[in-house]
Design a binder for this molecule. Structure first.
Ligand code: MLT
Length: 244
């Protein structure tokens, strides 16, 4: 198994697809997706376009769907939810499909949707992602941070490092045998420096600051927890993720 880390979806190669690709958007899309499926949601369906989301979800019975729209960290007017994982309680999401469009996370999923296996990862479900990799042993794995509108995000690369770090700890291969690009080493170094204070790291991150300005401190706290959800969102068909 060779691991590759990409800080943003724009940095992934366009002439190949990996056996397994993992979308990471710690603040907050992939944390929300893990939370919804862990709380009993039927599936998560992602859209980069809000109008298309409305059109497709309109065909579902109102009690079987939830619509979440986020732009710039804020809820889009007219949508039931923004992108706060804390809103995704079992009472609300049980048996329903979440139709979601966010600024960056949903675009990452679209970029990698042709990989043989497409997963989503965040700190909250890091162990479930690692367990899948160790069991399935895909030959090539891309861990793709969502960043912010094409730029690097501290929290996504730190999470990519958390995944790579745990895989390395649990295999007998040397880092040089396991790492497919230099970014793997930098992601592991970032995670190693901040692993005991991820919330502190989020306070330095530009999107962490944006969310704090929107009074989302509790979201940051929730997203900074590691290995709390034993759930793995996996793509069933392009754009649709279910529990593995
Ligand atoms: C995104 O997709 O850009 C994020 O998840 C934004 C957010 O915090 O809602």
């Amino acid at each position: 198994m060779k691991l590759f880390v990409y800080h943003t979806p724009e940095l992934t190669p366009t002439d190949k697809v990996p056996e397994c690709a993992i979308a990471v958007d710690v603040l907050r899309a992939t944390t929300t997706m893990a939370t919804v499926l862990s709380a009993g949601g039927e599936a998560v369906q992602v859209f980069s376009n809000l109008d298309q989301l409305m059109e497709v979800s309109e065909k579902w019975a109102a009690e079987k769907r939830l619509r979440a729209g986020e732009r710039g960290g804020a809820k889009v007017p007219g949508f039931e939810l923004g992108n706060s994982p804390l809103d995704c309680t079992p009472e609300l999401v049980q048996g329903r499909r979440l139709f979601i469009s966010t600024t960056n996370g949903t675009r990452t999923l679209q970029r990698i949707q042709d990989a043989k296996a497409v997963l989503t990862g965040a700190f909250v479900n890091r162990a479930a992602v690692v367990q899948y990799l160790l069991e399935q042993q895909p030959e090539t794995v891309w861990i793709v941070g969502s960043g912010w509108e094409g730029s690097f995000s501290l929290e996504d690369t730190a999470c990519a490092g958390a995944i790579a770090h745990s895989v390395l700890q649990q295999t007998n291969l040397s880092p040089d045998e396991q790492a497919g690009n230099d970014e793997v080493f930098s992601a592991i170094a970032l995670y190693s420096q901040w692993q005991d204070n991820l919330l502190g790291l989020f306070h330095h991150a530009s999107h962490g600051k944006r969310l704090l300005r929107l009074n989302c401190h509790e979201d940051l706290k929730y997203c900074s927890q590691t290995d709390i959800l034993d759930v793995l969102p996996i793509q069933q068909e392009p754009g649709v993720l279910k529990k593995y």
